[in-house]
Design a protein around this ligand. Structure first.
Ligand SMILES: O=C(O)CCC(=O)C(=O)O
Ligand SMILES: [Mn+2]
Length: 194
């Protein structure tokens, strides 16, 4: 499977538009929506406590906890379905992932703010394998020290985005809200917690 390689400075990003077949995506979206232990976390912004604009879940090897935005997530044990997806993403990336953050964007009002996946427990130059299922959402990238330098791509159902090398050091990414009607979307970001 040959990826599209994004030509961006100080980044190593590969995009596989058709990593999974559509029929498989529909099956996975339904099953994951129903079986994943989705939670609503709260975040504090300017002293106000607000619900995170999406549902999340953290699965992985025992002991691989993850802390971001002041939230510590203790891993739920892998399910057969998540292990099957992990095997596919491991094979393409050449990485053995040990955890996955799942995000459920219920509609266009759900989103993720600008950030880099650069928490200490991800180690130096982390590899992130990001699989998308369901409604297409826009993925925006901007250069950290020159915010006018931007790139965007549409994360379609069944696509896999691999970010590695110095990508997280130099770039931020986000999923903006949209007023367009959009189907629910699940994103799985496979990670290695050191
Ligand atoms: O939903 C996406 O495609 C992005 C998710 C993401 O950036 C993250 O989980 O860190
Ligand atoms: Mn991220």
């Amino acid at each position: 499977m040959l990826p599209l390689s994004l030509q961006l400075p100080n980044a190593d990003i590969a995009f596989y538009p058709a990593f999974l077949e559509q029929q498989e995506c529909d099956r996975l979206l339904t099953a994951l929506t129903q079986t994943i232990d989705w939670r609503q976390d709260w975040i504090t912004i300017y002293g106000r406590s607000l619900p995170q604009p999406r549902l999340t879940a953290w699965y992985g090897d025992a002991g691989k906890s993850y802390t971001y935005s002041g939230i510590t997530m203790i891993p739920t044990a892998w399910t057969p379905m998540l292990l099957e997806l992990k095997a596919g993403v491991d094979a393409v990336s050449g990485v053995v992932f040990n955890s996955v953050l799942l995000n459920l964007y219920r509609d266009g009002n759900d989103s993720m703010g600008w950030h880099s996946d650069d928490e200490a427990e991800l180690g130096h130059n982390p590899v992130i394998g990001s699989l998308s299922l369901g409604g297409t959402r826009r993925f925006m990238l901007r250069y950290r020290s020159q915010k006018g330098l931007k790139h965007q791509l549409e994360l379609t159902s069944g696509s896999l985005l691999l970010m590695q090398g110095t990508t997280q050091q130099y770039w931020q990414h986000h999923i903006p809200k949209t007023k367009r009607p959009v189907a629910p979307r699940i994103n799985l970001t496979f990670r290695v917690i050191c």
